[in-house]
Design a protein around this ligand. Structure first.
Ligand SMILES: Cc1cc2nc3c(=O)[nH]c(=O)nc-3n(C[C@H](O)[C@H](O)[C@H](O)COP(=O)(O)OP(=O)(O)OC[C@H]3O[C@@H](n4cnc5c(N)ncnc54)[C@H](O)[C@@H]3O)c2cc1C
Length: 310
């Protein structure tokens, strides 16, 4: 590993000031589960590491709180229905999130996705913010966050900006986070009560592996069993998480029958662009992305095997 200087800021402002001072030579470190490996492999060679862990207890940086922030979900809501979001501090560990009562009660899709990350040991160190900035398209939380319409809060010395998670990812390990910014929170709208979701991860090798492909599906429904709206997001299926928009368009406004779900899933191989690697060929992953889309939609709707009747 290369030599570096380790800094322990006393506040977020202090950390941001250090980022500004050391410029491209500095990297923030949260859990360190990705950064330390990248440094060992010399993919990252920062001269200055700014450790964020001592800040976890300050300024809501690891808090999980319900807010009244009017984050619109997929659609406009009635005027008398106050939209609520859950604000997750960027330094909150995945281990804490997977069992958090607020998340389990209000946004189980995200708690389920977080629980699929690697092992408990890694989840005890890795943070929700560190994973997002890492920008690995095989990670589990991003497809669920995109399906939920989540955003991130990015803070720099000049202020704060909000970026939808869907627009955060640019390429493999490349995100829209600027060198002088810290990701300070994740804002997740609480879906309407009639919404159901599922996150499925295809793991043919070991239970703690990264996904071969994964699918997050979120479906709010009308009382007449038609699909009011739907979001389907694929992980490990390209350079960034991918919305299966053609599949969503086929389902929106339709009755959610087995045939409709199969027709929608059949569009998925053309929407994705997975790598050939030791987890499988690109073509195999395209086919499995369709299979897992069908299964995720079926599971989200709580259907019994072989029938589309809830
Ligand atoms: C063996 C192993 C298996 C894994 N398997 C999975 C898996 O199956 N699924 C999955 O989803 N994840 C998995 N992970 C975890 C994932 O790949 C990342 O390691 C983890 O999410 C990074 O979180 P961290 O807090 O440790 O980030 P760090 O390693 O601290 O940082 C990662 C990057 O983000 C930057 N950064 C960190 N925090 C901030 C911030 N607040 N603001 C701005 N920049 C920041 C750092 O500078 C660095 O570039 C695995 C990790 C390991 C080691």
């Amino acid at each position: 590993m290369i030599d570096f200087e380790f800094h322990s800021p006393s506040s977020l402002d202090d950390a941001l000031e250090m980022l500004e001072r050391y410029g491209g030579d500095a990297r923030l470190m949260a859990g360190g589960t990705a950064l330390v490996l990248q440094m060992k492999q010399r993919f990252a060679q920062p001269a200055h590491i700014i450790g964020l862990r001592p800040l976890a207890q300050t300024g809501g940086l690891s808090a999980v709180q319900e807010t009244d922030a009017a984050e619109p979900y997929v659609e406009e809501t009635d005027a008398d229905e106050t939209p609520k979001s859950i604000r997750i501090g960027a330094l909150c560990t995945l281990r804490r999130l997977e069992d958090h009562p607020l998340l389990r009660a209000r946004i189980p899709l995200l708690a389920d996705a977080v629980r699929r990350v690697a092992t408990r040991r890694i989840r005890s160190m890795a943070t929700i913010g560190g994973g997002l900035v890492n920008g690995d398209p095989s990670q589990d939380p991003p497809p669920a966050l995109i399906a939920l319409g989540a955003s991130v809060e990015l803070t720099s010395p000049s202020g704060t900006r909000i970026c939808p998670v869907e627009q955060l990812f640019i390429d493999y390990y490349e995100t829209d986070v600027r060198p002088n910014e810290a990701l300070t929170a994740v804002l997740v709208p609480v879906p309407p009560a009639d919404t159901r979701g599922a996150y499925l991860k295809f793991l043919p090798r070991t239970a703690d592996d990264y996904a071969t492909v994964s699918t997050a599906a979120l479906v709010p429904r009308n009382p007449n069993n038609t699909c009011r709206d739907v979001r389907i997001v694929l992980g490990a299926a390209g350079a960034t998480p991918i919305r299966a928009r053609a599949a969503e368009d086929l389902l929106r406004g339709q009755e959610l029958t087995d045939d409709a779900i199969r027709a929608a899933a059949a569009t998925v191989p053309d929407a994705v662009d997975p790598l050939d690697d030791f987890r499988g060929s690109s073509d195999y992953k395209r086919q499995m992305a369709a299979v897992f889309t069908r299964r995720a939609l079926t599971q989200a709707l709580g259907y019994n095997k072989g029938t589309a009747t809830p």
